[in-house]
Design a protein around this ligand. Structure first.
Ligand code: FES
Ligand code: FES
Length: 78
């Protein structure tokens, strides 16, 4: 599978309200870290996740995490 693009080598730390979200796995979205449909026709698909209560989360911006959609520190070795 082709490597995803790498929008930034750091997480997007965001305060998110309760809702369903789709994390961009392909790295091509113009609305990082969320999917905007730019993955269509490519090998990567977004990762849906649900926030149950408002909280601050670190979403992977390098698209190399092994625990999507969350940053797991992999960006430090890029
Ligand atoms: Fe990247 Fe949809 S735009 S997964
Ligand atoms: Fe991707 Fe941290 S930003 S693992």
């Amino acid at each position: 599978m082709a490597e995803p693009a790498c929008p930034q080598k750091a997480p997007y730390v965001l305060e998110l309200a309760p809702a369903d979200y789709w994390w961009c796995a392909c790295g091509l979205s113009k609305n990082q870290p969320f999917c905007d449909g730019s993955h269509k026709g490519g090998p990567h698909t977004p990762v849906k996740f649900t926030v149950a209560k408002s909280e601050k989360l670190a979403l992977c911006g390098c698209k190399r995490t092994h625990a999507p959609p969350f940053c797991d520190g992999t960006h430090k070795s890029l």
